[in-house]
Design a protein around this ligand. Structure first.
Ligand code: SF4
Length: 381
């Protein structure tokens, strides 16, 4: 986010202590405000971690506690739905041994189209991004075809296999394992970007994920000779899985799991930060987020929370919400335009006087005007 957005946020017409300021009532673990409750969930029992839940635990233990709650989950993005479809296509092709079949191309397309059609029929709408994902899936299938066709000895090919290590305290689901006398490797497909923003370096959590997959495979069978990330938008990347490094990481994972036990029944620590919270689905209802985020965050994450003054709906379905924001990195009188209620169903019933929380705004050219970015999150009290 550029400085322009930040400076605009700072010049918003915010009147601290105005009449509409919500009365926050301190109660253990909870702030109550008009028609909306922020949350600070407690840590529940955690018997094992996966590579991804370990990353969540390290980034923000409170986020992991949120994910354990009954209302965890939240809205699934179109990109995530299509990503699952791509995984299913590759899994089924590998299982049916069709990835090395001369007719693999039409098979990939047919399976993808079929799953897309049934998902769209179930949702009653079209998924966004299907065409590009289909083209990328073809490329990944071509790479896998190359990889598997190049095996010179009979190989055992396992897909979407659940493995565990360290007496079940680490568990993971591996996309692909190939075991043969000549080759022994684990592979993971990635539908999104695999390098750090603005750099060529592999995202570190993906490196750790593959290292932990190597630990899982080592305990189930033998130490793999290599581990590969197969991205949908680029060339495969090999990750170094030296046993001593991987074992050291596994020890860190088990220590983090051990530490969690001390927090059980209590609220675990929160580690709010613009980077961490930007991708957190629980931000709209997280008391630590709203208690910490302020105008300084505006260059990295725009978020507003306050009472709605007016709502207007266009005949084409776009909704505009005007609110007076008293928390977050955007303060003052704010107009959020062109909200797609298919993306934010809870906002379909928004009306004046409701409290609303919006995370992931984009500053418009006009003073105090915003739109919702792709992947923005919202909550109505
Ligand atoms: S919003 Fe931020 S502080 Fe709250 S749970 Fe998510 S990552 Fe943690």
């Amino acid at each position: 986010m550029g400085g322009r957005a930040g400076s605009r946020a700072r010049t918003g017409r915010w009147r601290p202590g105005g009449r509409e300021l919500l009365r926050l009532v301190a109660a253990p673990g909870t702030y109550r405000c008009r028609r909306m409750t922020l949350e600070q969930p407690v840590a529940q029992e955690l018997r094992f971690v996966s590579p991804s839940s370990y990353e969540t635990l390290v980034a923000c233990p409170l986020r992991l506690a949120f994910s354990q709650g009954a209302s965890a989950g939240g809205r699934v993005s179109d990109a995530a739905r299509i990503g699952r479809i791509c995984h299913s296509v590759l899994e089924s092709l590998a299982k049916d041994r069709r990835l090395t079949d001369p007719e693999w191309r039409p098979e990939v397309g047919n399976r993808f189209d079929q799953l897309m059609r049934s998902e769209e029929a179930r949702l009653g709408r079209q998924l966004r991004g299907g065409r590009l994902a289909r083209a990328k899936l073809m490329k990944v299938a071509a790479r896998l075809n190359q990889l598997l066709s190049g095996l010179t000895a009979p190989a055992e090919t396992l897909t979407e296999v659940e493995l565990e290590a360290a007496e079940g305290r680490l568990r993971g689901r591996l996309d692909l394992i190939v075991r043969s006398e000549m080759a022994h490797f684990v592979a993971d497909y990635k539908t999104g970007r695999i390098t750090e923003a603005g750099r060529d370096d592999l995202i570190q959590r993906y490196r750790r994920q593959l290292m932990l997959y190597a630990c899982l495979e080592a305990e189930a069978y033998d130490w793999p000779r290599s581990a590969t990330i197969v991205p949908f938008g680029g060339e495969p990347v090999e990750v170094d899985v030296r046993p001593e490094d991987c074992r050291r990481l596994l020890e860190a994972v088990l220590s983090a799991l051990e530490e969690w036990q001390d927090w059980q029944g209590k609220s675990p620590p929160a580690r709010p930060g613009a980077d961490t919270c930007a991708s957190c689905p629980y931000a709209p209802r997280c008391s630590s987020f709203w208690g910490t985020s302020d105008l300084v965050w505006a260059d990295d994450l725009l978020a507003a929370r306050g009472v709605i003054g007016h709502v207007s709906r266009s005949p084409l379905g776009g909704t505009t919400i005007g609110l007076r924001s008293q928390q977050g990195s955007v303060r003052g009188d704010v107009n959020v335009r062109n909200i797609d209620v298919a993306e934010h169903p809870s906002l379909a019933s928004a009306s004046a006087g409701d409290t609303v929380a919006l995370v992931g705004l984009r500053a418009d050219r006009n003073e105090g005007a915003y739109t919702m970015k792709a992947g923005a999150r919202s909550r109505l009290g």
